[in-house]
Design a protein around this ligand. Sequence first.
Ligand code: SF4
Length: 443
Amino acid sequence: MNQSFFIKTYGCQMNEYDSEKLNELLKFNGYKASKNFEESDIAILNTCHIREKASEKLYSDLGRLSKFKENKAKVGKKMHIIVTGCVAQAEGDEILKRNKSVDYIFGPQNFHKLPKVLNDSKSEKVFNDFLCEDKFSSLLPSTGKEVSKLVTIQEGCDKFCSFCVVPYTRGAEFSRPLEDIYAEVSSLVKKGAREITLLGQNVSAYKSEILKDGKKVKVKLSYLCEVLSKIIGLERIRYLTSHPIDIDELLIDQHKINSKLMPFLHLPIQSGSDRVLKKMNRKHDKKFYLDLIKKIRRKNNSMAFSSDFIVGYPGETDHDFEETLDVIERVKFASSYSFKYSSRPGTPASIDNNYVNEKKADVRLKKIQEVLNNQQKEFNKSFLGKSSNVLFTGKGKKINQFVGRTPHLQPVHVFSNDDLTGQLLKVELSQLTSFSFHGKLSN
Ligand code: SF4
């Protein structure tokens, strides 16, 4: 009988993409996907190292799984426990030390080796080389028919922000060749995808080479967006996550001239204080960020922005925090993610002992989230009573209800007797409940 597997994915969309690819790879090699760990012979935890809680969660899940493995062994059944992803890369040996029931560790650029390792029952337990090229060339086309798909185009990061583990867990920046991405997106569109989100830890640093008039020419994300927008049937293109210093004029122009490129940009700033930005090694200051937002809005006034914020970074003063609030006040974000600083081992910030008092950081986080939530509400309210193009991605929770997204990623629920999945339709946004709309199809 075929062995079954279950993958639990922690963290970001890049991990979701990796899990989907691993799923395809295992199925291709004769393994069967199961619905939960309880029914699986192979338990895979695809981990994230960005937040402290994510690795804590891993160790608690491993505790539960090892009990499960012991019980299975008592009735003569075998189970493999495998940890993949960024925690595997950063703490592989530590995981094996802390939990003896783990069979294998695969860093995020090694999971393509998993079927072979299982087959050969290797004695080696840790696979954590940086093998981006190898990984992407081993992946299989997706068989999923979802309307909105993620496509990783770039992995790794050379920016070395002082708080971030990505340069250590995902390695140096690597961009997939443009023709591979084009082939993957075309195949997804043929299967029913209408929206593609191009992913990368530092997606705006994407670069590739094309042959033009017999010569090799360097191209960037702007060119990739232009080329992909010519694929018939593809309605929407998004990209994330960007670094402000990589957003160039050509990419800004795309937001003006490419109607398939959505007017919504996730552009992390992390802090509004020049002093903190310098300590974070973000390579830009507050003015640069605000000027960039202005420049993009000048080209396309329907552009909306989201961002990431860290509060309580070592040494952050009340004044630094006020500077962050000032950026928020000036930009008016459509949505955002904010976190209290948590130290990641091995990063330069982790040896900065200038901690911000826990209570103070809590107060700042509460304040920033209140302001950002209010901005999100105000942004959404400005769409009430108007009509918007909605791409329907699937069924809602209620009978005959369908869910879609506006160009600015706002969720919209509509009732219809017809299946709306995959359709791009005009919807009147008549009601707003917390952060999603209810509407009806426009005539
Ligand atoms: S740019 Fe993003 S991924 Fe790269 S080091 Fe900074 S925070 Fe991490």
